[in-house]
Design a protein around this ligand. Structure first.
Ligand SMILES: [Zn+2]
Length: 287
């Protein structure tokens, strides 16, 4: 293979990786949303959610992770938080397959082995987060047991994704994956995609236990959406993300300024606060 061919091949591999780089809020963001939702839920919805997650084939992993990282938390609560990132983790899990892979065998307890990368977003290039949420909500409310067990961790995750503005579009840059920014807050690798910059705003991806609690204390002080708001209003959440995208998400310069950083942190916190309350209220209705 000649040097140029090799360089072209490397470049196309890099571009391929970039196009799949979109993950949404990191683990910290998804766990914060799940924790706020749990606080919102009635005791009976919590019980129903915990019963469904206990029957999920990946329950033992979630329990193990919770016991290792946050052993003082109640396990029903801890597992609910760990399940929130399952939809992202399946991207690197060989049991599941993407659109370009050969189908993997169906394993017990899973109605579907597809990774459904297009469920996490919607923009001009595709994506079906709203359609997926409608289907999952109806499965959770009316499906058979297996469908409910499968739908719950997906729904916990996607309500979060829908509140990340860059999962609802961008500026012809694959939801900000094609726009790079310089984040001076990062001493190592300060250059990153705008998408990753937003995904990481909720805090370090490993945030759990007392660190998560500290973040939640801050989030609880923010005003959540009113209880009079319609429950499960996917179109409203999408429209809000679109509005933020138009005016607030792109920094004026490639290098992130302290002013933009604090503005972006505030928006991310408000989106997480909103997603938490909305997820909790929606689950109260669906379960
Ligand atoms: Zn996602």
């Amino acid at each position: 293979m000649g040097f140029n061919t090799r360089r072209r091949l490397l470049l196309s591999i890099c571009l391929l990786c970039l196009s799949f780089a979109s993950h949404a809020w990191n683990g910290a963001g998804h766990r914060q949303i799940a924790a706020l939702a749990w606080e919102e839920m009635s005791a009976s919805s919590r019980q129903k959610a915990a019963d469904l997650l206990r029957q999920h084939p990946d329950y033992p992993r979630w329990l193990k992770r919770q016991q290792k990282n946050a052993p003082t938390a109640h396990s029903d609560y801890g597992v609910f938080l760990e399940a929130s990132t399952w939809a992202d983790e399946m991207r690197g899990d060989a049991r599941f397959y993407g659109t370009k892979d050969a189908p993997t065998p169906r394993l017990p307890g899973f109605p579907d082995m597809r990774r459904h990368g297009d469920w996490h977003y919607r923009d001009a290039g595709g994506g079906n987060i709203d359609g997926a949420l409608k289907k999952l909500a109806s499965d959770l409310a009316q499906g058979n047991r297996a469908a409910k067990i499968y739908a719950l961790p997906w729904l916990i995750h996607l309500v979060g994704d829908l509140h990340q503005p860059l999962h609802c579009g961008g500026k012809n840059d694959r939801g900000g994956n094609g726009t790079s920014v310089i984040n001076p807050a990062r001493s190592k690798h300060p250059e990153m995609s705008l998408h990753k910059y937003w995904d990481d705003l909720p805090g370090p991806h490993w945030q759990r236990g007392k660190y998560l609690e500290a973040a939640l204390t801050k989030l609880r002080r923010l005003p959540p959406p009113a209880h009079t708001e319609p429950v499960g209003d996917i179109n409203r959440w999408y429209a809000e993300s679109r509005e933020l995208l138009a005016k607030q998400v792109y920094p004026p310069r490639k290098k992130i300024s302290p002013a933009f950083q604090s503005h972006a942190e505030k928006i991310a916190d408000l989106r997480i606060r909103a997603a938490g309350r909305r997820l909790g209220r929606w689950l109260d209705k669906l379960l």
